[in-house]
Design a protein around this ligand. Structure first.
Ligand code: IVH
Length: 699
């Protein structure tokens, strides 16, 4: 293949050239994989290898249809060796010894004192901090730039996940000038529980497998060969430790934590600098009690001797430091009987099996229901009504069935027969080939879907109407008062005619009715992003709704664009899928939603009631000089990564587009920019250097 072609920017390639390069890349990468993994004789540097993979990804991102059967990006989910390069850690990543009860911790502290020859009265400061249940990673910075990220692996060798790490906002791309020239920051990649639940909902909606817990979700997201998938996953990172450093980071753990924070790392809190065993245990029990309220999963508390000189003296025993230990929380599992499996119908018609359990306390919370996710999950775990099951609060709050205690299976327990009719409306429930979700085909006639849609419509992140909770919605739907979203806004007018009938209903008084009408009235103006989210479009959660609102600005623009996007070859579709994090699958759901007459009707009816959908305003900063402007970034930027530039621009109210058109206001040109710069010139669009852009936005 021509070297010249390889040097050309991806955005300048024609389709033919792209295909040619992809073929060549597939061959070359396979060759280097073999040399590295099978012969242990790499022929090129890690950086050069990464560049090949990045180019392959970039070309595929631009020409998804050219992705080859043998593409390097297809080797997903394989054993480490098949997908990721191995990285040898400069300093091994160790594990921690464990303490399971208070006595173990007392013993740990006493051992440290003995080792250091400290009397029981001498001061011994120990940092206590949460033990995060995630995936540990090592981030290597050279000359203050992130050059490598690796998983822990077996401690000696991990997997190269650099491209994925770069997509995590908590991981700084650069460190400030006071950082040593070589520094490795270690910590935990994790996923917030709420994000985990939302991700699983999206996965289930899209018919993809769900994750068992936030830890698995974080690990699965990090071990994606396609960094675009990782980028779309809500991952975070806590920094709490370090590997190779060219100079000491500080004199104490506590001081170094502060330094990590100043460098832009998020710290795992609540942490405490303890003096004495009682303070340590107090902190452990406090964290344990507040565990369910923390937004992320933890599985214990880590104690670390604070002073670095003492840490050094203490050193290591086999593979764990003598100066630290992990005080684990007891596992939150329990056994109970599964009485019955019932089916819940969601707002998009998905049939979700729910295990109804003999109520049991798991880690301090009474659990009587647990999700079974879908048909295949039931079969995989072979869960049958009557079984004794092990229940776990994954992420402390979401109960799950871990497994069946087979020895306790009652005689004659039959496998669960998943219904092929909707239990709510009797319509056929179908499961398209290749999908795991069975859906009710009843659409509007299915009361469950209608009620779920209404519930979603008024929920906190949508219209947020106080006084219209699950119970009221269900009751209003049952007595025919509220059948569609628009009915909520005509409720008052209709009730007037019925002479306060509502106030005579049990559970309602004059005040509560008046309050409800006021709450509804207050929502007659609604921001576009909330409105879009409230519509309950498949795969369109809050984040996507916001992206759409930001991109299209106003409801009519959005609606028109979605209709136009029905043409998969057209500009509108390309524009839609150009939005960061809106892939073809989300785009298809959007197009399908707006393509349905009755959905359009729902929107029209709402507007008919006088509802006002406010055009999108960015977070209070509309005053920015670039608010409402469309910007295209091209070429490589110096002071920030592309995602960072994009996020910053969007925060300032600008739209970031992938291609230059007459509607573009600014094209920001980095190094090695290609055709977009030329296109801008041709169309007379203002071009800016990175510096000029920064000056414009005042950053
Ligand atoms: S310190 C030399 N601090 O737990 C030991 N580890 O069981 C450095 N972990 O591999 C580790 N939270 O992945 C440390 N606050 C914390 C932690 C933590 C989670 C993980 C880490 C480690 C494992 C050991």
């Amino acid at each position: 293949m021509g070297e010249e072609l390889r040097r050309r920017p991806v955005e300048d390639l024609t389709q033919e050239e792209a295909a040619e390069d992809l073929a060549a890349l597939a061959g070359e990468i396979a060759h280097h994989d073999k040399a590295y993994h099978q012969k242990d004789a790499p022929e090129i540097s890690d950086a050069d290898y990464d560049a090949l993979r990045r180019r392959n990804d970039a070309i595929e991102a631009r020409f998804p249809e050219l992705r080859r059967e043998d593409s390097p990006s297809r080797t997903v989910g394989a054993a480490p060796a098949a997908g990721f390069r191995k990285v040898r850690h400069a300093v091994p990543m160790l594990s921690l010894s464990n303490a399971f009860d208070d006595d173990d911790v007392r013993e740990f502290e006493a051992r440290v004192r003995r080792f250091l020859n400290l009397g029981s009265d001498a001061d011994l400061a120990i940092v206590a901090e949460p033990k995060i249940d995630g995936l540990s990673a090592n981030l290597r910075y050279e000359d203050r730039k992130l050059v490598h990220a690796a998983t822990r692996g077996d401690g000696a060798e991990g997997e190269d996940v650099t491209a994925n790490a770069r997509t995590i906002t908590d991981i700084p791309d650069t460190l400030p000038p006071d950082a040593p020239s070589i520094v490795e920051i270690r910590g935990e990649v994790y996923m917030d529980r709420r994000e985990f639940v939302a991700l699983n909902e999206r996965q289930a909606e899209a018919g993809k497998p769900v994750f068992a817990n936030p830890r698995n979700a974080a690990a699965g997201s990090m071990r994606q060969l396609d960094p675009r998938i990782t980028a779309a996953r809500p991952l975070g990172f806590f920094g709490y430790s370090w590997g190779e450093v060219s100079e000491p980071l500080g004199d104490s753990q506590w001081e170094i934590r502060k330094r990590l924070k100043a460098w832009g790392f998020r710290l795992n809190e609540p942490s405490r600098l303890c003096h004495g065993i009682e303070e340590m245990l107090e902190h452990y029990h406090e964290i344990g009690d507040g565990r369910a309220e923390l937004p992320f999963d933890i599985d214990g508390v880590v104690y670390k001797v604070d002073r670095m000189d003492l840490q050094e003296r203490l050193g290591f025993v086999s593979r764990a430091p003598r100066w630290a230990t992990a005080h684990k929380f007891p596992a939150e599992q329990a056994q109970t009987v599964l009485n019955e499996i019932t089916i819940q119908v969601g707002r998009t018609g998905a049939l979700t099996p729910v295990a109804n359990l003999e109520p049991i306390t798991v880690g301090g919370v009474v659990v009587s229901r647990a999700t079974l996710h879908n048909e295949d999950e039931i079969a995989r775990k072979d869960v049958r009504p009557g079984d004794t099951v092990i229940v776990q609060r994954a992420g402390d709050v979401i109960p799950q069935i871990v497994s069946v205690v087979l020895e306790r299976r009652p005689e004659g327990a039959e496998p669960f027969a998943f219904p092929d009719k909707c239990p709510e409306c009797g319509s056929d429930a179908v499961r398209p080939e290749g999908e795991v979700i069975r859906r009710c085909t009843g659409g509007l006639v299915c009361p469950a879907q209608a009620v779920e849609r209404l519930r979603h419509f008024v929920s906190r992140d949508a219209f947020d109407i106080e006084g219209l909770g699950d119970k009221q919605i269900r009751a209003f739907h049952e007595d025919g008062r509220v059948m569609r979203p628009a009915d909520i806004f005509t409720l008052e007018a209709r009730e007037d005619r019925r002479l306060d009938k509502l106030a005579n209903k049990p559970g309602w008084g004059k005040t509560s009715v008046a309050n409800l009408f006021k709450a509804i009235h207050d929502r007659r103006r609604i921001p576009l992003d909330r409105f879009v989210y409230a519509l309950g479009i498949r795969q369109v959660g809050q984040a996507t709704a916001r992206l759409l609102a930001r991109h299209y600005g106003a409801l009519d623009t959005l609606a028109e664009a979605m209709e136009a996007a029905g043409d998969r070859e057209g500009d509108a579709y390309r524009d839609l899928t150009n939005i960061d994090q809106v892939g073809p699958s989300v785009a298809d759901d959007l197009v399908a939603f707006f393509g349905e007459e009755h959905n359009q009707q729902v929107i029209d009816d709402l507007l008919e009631t006088g509802l006002e959908v406010e055009p999108f305003k960015s977070s209070g900063k509309v005053e920015s000089p670039v608010a409402g402007k469309t910007v295209v970034f091209t070429g490589s930027l110096e002071t920030m990564s592309r995602p960072e530039a994009k996020a910053k621009a969007e925060n300032l109210g600008a739209k970031v587009a992938g291609s230059v058109s007459k509607k573009t206001d600014y094209v920001v040109i980095g190094a090695d920019a290609g055709s977009k710069a030329a296109k801008a010139q041709e169309l007379g669009v203002t071009t800016l250097t990175e510096q000029e852009w920064l000056e414009l936005i005042g950053g």
